[in-house]
Design a protein around this ligand. Structure first.
Ligand code: ATP
Length: 353
C-alpha cells in the first residue's frame, strides 16, 4: 500500500506522528507492506514552496493508493482552497464518512451510540463546490447576499449508494435519510427521489426519512436508534460535529473522504491552534481515520488483512480508553505522545489489549 502522509497545520504534525507509528505497528503485525512517503502541505508547504499544495504533489497522491492528511487550518488560506479542498476536488472524494460511537471506557454524553454519518462532499451549500467559475456566495447589492445550493441526481445517487453499501456491512442494516424536502421541495426533493431509487436495490436495509430539524431532537433523545445516516453536504457537516461531540469529544472524530478510486483519511476536526505544540491533542481521531482508510483499501483490493488491521486498531483504541490511557479532552491526563505509544504497545502485543 503506497501511502502519502501530509502532517498539516496546528496539531497536525503531533497527531500525524502518533498515527504513523500506529500504522507502522499495524503494518508489521498484519504484513500490510505499507510504504510511506512524507511530503508537505498547508502552511509548511507555503513556507517552503510558496503554495499550500504543489501540482507535483497532487500527481504523487493520484499515483499512490491512499492519503493521510493531518488537519489543516480552515482560516489561513485567505479565501483560496486549502489542502483538504484541493485533494477533495482533484480526487473526486464524494463521500465523507464520519463514524461516531461510544466505548465502555468513554460512555458518551447522552448514552451509548454507534452510528455513521455519510455526508455528500462535492456539492450542496458550499460556495467553492458548485460553480464552474466563481463563487456561489454572492453579494447582489451592499445589502443583499445570496448563496446557491447545488443538488444533482448523480451526486445524490452515489452518496446514497455509498450509504446503503455501508449499511449492508453493518449488523443492524438501518439507514436514515436526512433532508429538508418539506421546504426545499425541489432540491431536497431531488435528493430524496434519487435515494429512494437506490433503496430499491437494497431491500434488506430498513429505511426511514427524517427532516433535519427533527433529526437533531431525535439524535439527542435516543442516539442508539441510529445506524447509518445519509444526508447532503452542509446538513452532514453540522450533524457530524454534533455526533462527534456526543460520542465524547471532537478528538474522537474519525473521518474518511472516499471516491471511486482514491481515499483520504482526515480527522473530522480542524487544526486546533489553541492546543497546538503542547502535547495535548487527542490522536485517536486521526488513528481511527487511518483505520477507516485501511478497511477501505482492503475492501477494494479484496485483501481481508487490511480490515483485520482496522479492527485491531479500533480494539486498541477501546482498550486504551478503558485503561485511562487518554488525553484531557476525554477525561484523561496523558499527552499525545503517551497515548500514541500506548496504542502502539497494545497493537503490537494484542494480549495487552
Ligand atoms: P480550525 O481553524 O483549524 O478549524 P478551530 O479551533 O476553529 O480550528 P477545531 O480545530 O475543530 O476548530 O477545534 C475546535 C475545538 O476542539 C478546539 O477547542 C480544539 O482545541 C478542540 N479539538 C479539536 N481537535 C482536538 C483533538 N484532536 N484533541 C483535543 N481537542 C481537540
Amino acid at each position: 500500500m503506497r501511502l502519502v502522509v501530509l502532517p498539516g497545520d496546528g496539531i497536525g504534525p503531533e497527531i500525524v506522528a502518533a498515527t504513523e507509528a500506529v500504522l507502522e505497528a499495524a503494518s508489521q503485525r498484519f504484513q500490510l507492506g505499507i510504504a510511506t512517503t512524507r511530503e508537505l502541505a498547508g502552511q509548511a508547504s507555503i513556507a517552503r514552496y510558496g503554495r499550500p499544495v504543489r501540482p507535483e504533489l497532487v500527481e504523487l497522491v493520484r499515483a499512490a493508493d491512499a492519503l493521510l492528511l493531518g488537519p489543516t487550518s480552515t482560516l489561513d488560506y485567505a479565501g483560496e482552497p486549502g489542502p483538504s479542498a484541493i485533494f477533495r476536488k482533484a480526487l473526486d472524494l464524494f463521500a465523507n464518512i464520519r463514524p461516531a460511537r461510544t466505548y465502555p471506557g468513554l460512555p458518551g454524553r447522552l448514552g451509548a451510540m454507534d452510528l455513521v454519518v455519510v455526508r455528500e462532499n462535492t456539492e450542496g451549500f458550499y460556495a467553492d463546490r458548485n460553480m464552474a467559475h466563481g463563487n456561489a456566495d454572492i453579494l447582489v447589492t451592499e445589502d443583499v447576499a445570496i448563496a446557491i445550493r447545488k443538488i444533482t441526481r448523480e451526486g445524490s445517487t452515489r452518496i446514497a449508494r455509498a450509504g446503503f453499501e455501508l449499511a449492508m456491512r453493518r449488523p443492524r442494516r438501518r439507514l436514515s435519510l436526512v433532508h429538508k424536502a418539506n421546504v426545499l421541495t425541489t432540491s431536497d426533493g431531488l435528493f430524496l427521489a434519487a435515494c429512494r431509487d437506490v433503496a430499491r436495490d437494497f431491500p434488506e436495509v430498513a429505511v426511514e426519512e427524517i427532516i433535519v430539524d427533527a433529526m437533531m431532537a431525535h439524535l439527542v433523545r435516543d442516539p442508539a436508534r441510529f445506524d447509518v445516516i445519509v444526508t447532503t453536504n452542509m446538513f452532514g457537516d453540522i450533524l457530524s460535529d454534533l455526533t462527534a461531540e456526543m460520542s465524547g469529544s471532537l478528538g474522537m472524530g474519525g473521518s474518511l473522504n472516499a471516491g471511486a478510486r482514491h481515499a483520504m483519511a482526515q480527522a473530522a476536526h480542524g487544526s486546533a491552534p489553541d492546543i497546538a505544540g503542547r502535547d495535548l491533542a487527542n490522536p485517536m481521531s486521526l488513528v481511527l481515520s487511518a483505520a477507516q482508510l485501511l478497511e477501505w483499501h482492503g475492501r477494494g483490493r479484496g485483501e481481508p488483512r487490511f480490515g483485520e488491521a482496522a479492527k485491531a486498531i479500533e480494539q486498541a483504541v477501546a482498550a486504551c480508553l478503558a485503561a485511562g490511557e487518554k488525553t484531557r479532552d476525554v477525561g484523561g491526563g496523558k499527552g499525545t505522545r503517551e497515548v500514541g505509544a500506548a496504542l502502539v504497545r497494545r497493537l503490537s502485543a494484542p494480549a495487552a489489549a
